[in-house]
Design a protein around this ligand. Sequence first.
Ligand code: AP5
Length: 210
Amino acid sequence: MDLSVFLGAPGSGKGTQAKRLAQTYGFHHFSTGDMLRSAIVGNTPVGISAKKFMDNGELVPDEVMIRLIEGALSPLKPSSKILLDGFPRTVPQAEALDKQAHTQVRQAIFFQIPESVLISRLTGRRTCQKCGEPYHVLFLPPQKENVCDRCGGPLIQRSDDKEEVVGRRLQVFNQQNAALLDYYRAKNKLSQCDANQSVDAIYQKLLEWL
Ligand code: AP5
């Protein structure tokens, strides 16, 4: 399997780009955050145990996440092209991905962005409750307020996008990120993308790499 992983701080734009690439070019897109939020809605054992970590802006334990991603990847055909968004988040997760027999991480793309931009991106984010399409109240507003352009579903604010949780999420990201970048740099697989540009400009850059 041909895997590209998107790395970057909360709000750096990984999900926006991955969803667009999946819709247009048929990549299999796995967002571990979306998978966990679905598990919470479904009240599954994974969802129940993940909720308290997510509500506090902490990472869900590695063993839970590794099992979740292994379960998602194992049914796919060897020819599949995959985008992982939000996984790996730690070096043990990256090592576990490399140990899976049928997967091959081709590249890790780091969405680089100044921290000052992230707070407004996260607190202004809205997401369609039905299809998951991301919006922003200022930068990417829907045509009709609080209604998804794609499916007409209602737009909601994620509970971990409240200002008090956002600070902790950024702190946790900063604790893990340097080691993860070193991991992929040492394997010569790291590309850095300037994520402080328009959605279209970033998308064009990613198309060159993917
Ligand atoms: P997750 O859902 O993965 O959240 P995240 O990594 O914090 O990333 P976000 O979804 O917040 O941001 P994004 O980079 O996708 O930005 P987006 O495109 O939406 O994880 C949530 C939680 O789940 C974690 O805190 C953790 O608890 C748990 N978890 C998940 N994976 C885990 C793992 N592997 N291990 C352990 N725990 C895990 O964009 C943000 C906003 O900006 C949007 O409003 C968008 O419209 C706007 N925007 C995007 N691009 C641009 C642009 N170029 N210009 C202007 N605005 C833009």
